[in-house]
Design a protein around this ligand. Structure first.
Ligand code: PLP
Ligand code: COI
Length: 364
């Protein structure tokens, strides 16, 4: 198969798509990750044959041999990205090329066959075009795209699979959190990633490993878990599914540096750029949990926020953990720098504000 054919998707339309009236009902209040569109993109890989048979087909359960490697050794990666309905009626996406790159790098880390960036982008674009009527229009709503890849070879020996399935599904979503500021539980008993591990890859195993800590957070009445480094249990790293920023009383921002244990968030990267272009000082440097508690108590820590595709920019109002509880900033999310960065980001993402960075791409 030559490379042009590789990206020519065969369309197999859903024989019985969700009726328009039902779709409208579902789009009115989709929540997060429970409603799905009619179709999915599927591309197969086999050693010796490469990526082949790209299709857009009816979303349906995937037949998988019970010996498929993903079910035993968790050779799996995924991405998260969003499509928005723009004011001109078109459809825009935010930095899809960055998701393609990260997917490629995650595949390399997990010894999987990387999906060429152009194939990744074609799959996402084709699916968005076919299911564009599923893009919700509400203020915080969007179409969340979930590209993922699984090892599908039926073999119980521990080795990189020789077959993969690359699939994209789509889910209309509202806000990930129910509103206002979130509370964060500092995990002292569990860590997420160690140097040399898979922290910088977006692999399912990282999330499986975070669930017990996330459950602990919930048990303590918190929305999200915050992980510390695995060596000293001292340095703030990231949350279960988002990066973290702190705003100090001199107006500067601090976020933990990337170093292999943190997911290189695309939202994080955009916030760094937006903040610097607003004249704010931004430091990517280690910030200890002791310092964080001391700064919250003294008033030096004015604001903190979580950022990611699902979370967008979400203010953090409270920090809890074995060392006690502190309120950050207003405690209720009315934090000016967080709010201004959030507004700037959303404006660009939704095609409402000028985009001097070339981040927004029209896909339909
Ligand atoms: N960190 C983790 C562990 C995540 O799951 C995510 C979400 O994808 C992020 C950070 C933020 O990444 P992004 O901004 O690219 O969505
Ligand atoms: C995303 O933001 O895309 C994620 O993968 C994180 C998860 C909380 C859904």
């Amino acid at each position: 198969m030559d490379s042009a054919d590789q990206f020519r998707f065969t369309h197999l339309p859903h024989p019985a798509p969700v009726p328009a009236a039902r779709r409208t009902e579902l789009l009115a209040n989709p929540g997060f990750g429970r409603v799905f569109t009619d179709h999915m993109a599927v591309v197969r890989y086999k050693e010796g044959q490469g990526w082949h048979n790209p299709t857009i087909e009816a979303r349906a359960p995937i037949p998988l041999d019970p010996a498929a490697a993903v079910l035993h050794y968790a050779q799996e990666i995924f991405e998260g990205m969003k499509a928005y309905r723009a004011a001109d009626g078109g459809v825009v996406m935010f930095r899809p090329d960055a998701n393609a790159r990260r997917f490629y790098q995650s595949a390399e880390r997990m010894a999987m066959a990387p999906v060429p960036d152009a194939l990744f982008l074609a799959a996402v674009r084709e699916l968005v075009r076919v299911d564009r009527d599923w893009i919700p229009t509400g203020e915080n709503a969007s179409l969340y795209l979930r590209p993922f890849m699984i090892a599908s070879e039926a073999f119980l020996g521990v080795k990189p699979s020789s077959e993969y399935l690359f699939i994209v599904i789509a889910s209309p979503v509202g806000s990930y959190f129910s509103g206002g500021a979130v509370s964060v539980w500092v995990s002292e008993d569990y860590t997420r990633a160690a140097v040399g591990g898979t922290g910088a890859a977006k692999c399912g195993g990282n999330y499986a490993a975070s669930l017990l800590a996330q459950r602990e957070a919930k048990t303590h009445g918190c929305d999200q878990v915050l992980f510390l480094d695995a060596v000293e249990h001292r340095w703030v790293e990231e949350m279960g599914g988002m990066n973290i920023f702190f705003v100090l009383d001199d107006g500067s921002l601090v976020t933990p540096p990337l170093g292999g244990t943190i997911l290189p968030g695309i939202t994080r990267d955009a916030i760094l750029t937006l903040a610097r272009d607003r004249g704010l000082t931004v430091r990517e440097e280690p910030y200890s949990i002791d310092q964080c508690y001391a700064d919250a108590a003294s008033g030096r820590l004015k604001e903190a926020f979580a950022c990611g595709t699902a979370a967008v920019v979400t203010p953090i109002g409270r920090l809890c953990g074995h060392r006690g509880e502190v309120v950050i900033g207003s405690g209720n999310g009315a934090d000016p720098i967080t709010e201004s960065l959030r507004g700037a980001l959303i404006g660009i993402q939704r095609g409402q504000n000028p985009d001097p960075y070339g981040w927004v791409q029209h896909v339909a």
